[in-house]
Design a protein around this ligand. Structure first.
Ligand SMILES: [Zn+2]
Length: 312
């Protein structure tokens, strides 16, 4: 992300950012160059308790700052899952959190004493990845984590769809005979390539002792079960990207999110698998975002600063 060197005052501005994921709520105080001054996380709880956890995490992060740094915090950005009304800061529906029509911005603003902006988590993460990649006019930006999502940019703008729900790549069915998905269908991309699904799959094959995808990937070269799970994930991602490619022919594919931190284990096998399975569909260049699993946090921080009029 290029930043103007003529804005020293703006670069001092800090944001309190939250990325509310399916496994954990991450919070950070983010400053210039998207660097975190402090970061913390708690396990995600469902229902209104999650809002309490976000507020508490925020209070702890703010309390850890020096008075000078505290005074530089311009606002709060929250990357929130599900359907979000960004204008009112209300979670319209977050199935995984068990929330319907729940105010998010207002209670947090009251607790933290700062302006709060709420964005859909994929939009926040994809926006940060896209901007970080130089804002290409045509690109598919994939956010790979507990869920799988992809935002396609055409003519420099994201395709959001009439309801803002475009980009649910995770629920594209690639194997109708595949495992049951949380959405009720079988064989969605997420059932093989979602972080939690991969760990479940590994356990079902008899694997054990793995707490996250990074540990799974570390076993790929010497554990056939890990290799199989990872290979299956690569295949469904390839098929999912090729489906988007067949419809929209993006100029490139940029990968971010926690699972993209597998880097070389992801990138080259995915390129190969896409070429193997492409048929007549053109395979665009694929590259990794440097933001990895921090994309949501960075996106939330940028949202907070943009909303408070603090130019970065
Ligand atoms: Zn699904």
């Amino acid at each position: 992300m290029s930043e103007s060197p003529t804005q020293p005052a703006a670069e001092r501005a800090l944001a309190l950012a939250f990325d509310v994921g399916g496994t954990s709520v991450r919070g950070a105080v983010v400053g210039a160059g998207d660097v975190s001054l402090a970061e913390s996380r708690v396990a995600t709880r469902t229902g209104p308790a999650v809002l309490d956890d976000i507020a508490q995490l925020g209070e702890q992060l703010l309390a850890g700052l020096s008075p000078a740094a505290r005074s530089q915090v311009a606002g709060v950005g929250v990357a929130f899952p599900g359907l979000v009304d960004t204008e009112s800061g209300i979670s319209l529906k977050a199935v995984n959190l068990g929330l319907v029509d729940t105010p998010v911005a207002a209670p947090l603003a009251e607790r933290l004493g700062l302006p709060v902006s709420v964005s859909h988590d994929t939009a926040a993460a994809a926006g940060a990845i896209w901007a970080d990649a130089g804002s290409p006019a045509s690109a598919l930006v994939a956010v790979l984590g507990t869920g799988v999502a992809a935002v396609t940019y055409v003519d420099g703008r994201p395709i959001v769809g009439v309801s803002g729900q475009a980009g649910e790549l995770g629920h594209l069915v690639v194997d109708p005979a595949g495992p049951l998905c949380t959405c009720g269908l079988h064989g969605c991309v997420e059932t093989r390539a979602g972080a939690r699904s991969m760990l479940r799959r590994y356990a079902s094959l008899g694997g054990s002792g793995v707490a996250g995808v990074a540990e799974l990937v570390a076993r790929v070269e010497h554990d056939p079960r890990a290799a199989r799970v990872w290979s299956e994930a690569i295949t469904v991602l390839a098929d999912g990207f090729l489906a988007v490619g067949a419809l929209l022919a993006p100029g490139e594919i940029i990968l971010g999110g926690g699972v993209a931190e597998a880097r070389g284990y992801l990138l080259e096998p995915l390129r190969v698998r896409m070429r193997e399975r492409a048929g007549v569909t053109a395979v665009p260049p694929v590259r990794l975002s440097a933001l990895g699993g921090r994309a949501g946090l960075v996106g939330a921080a940028r949202l907070a600063l943009a909303s408070t009029g603090t130019s970065r």
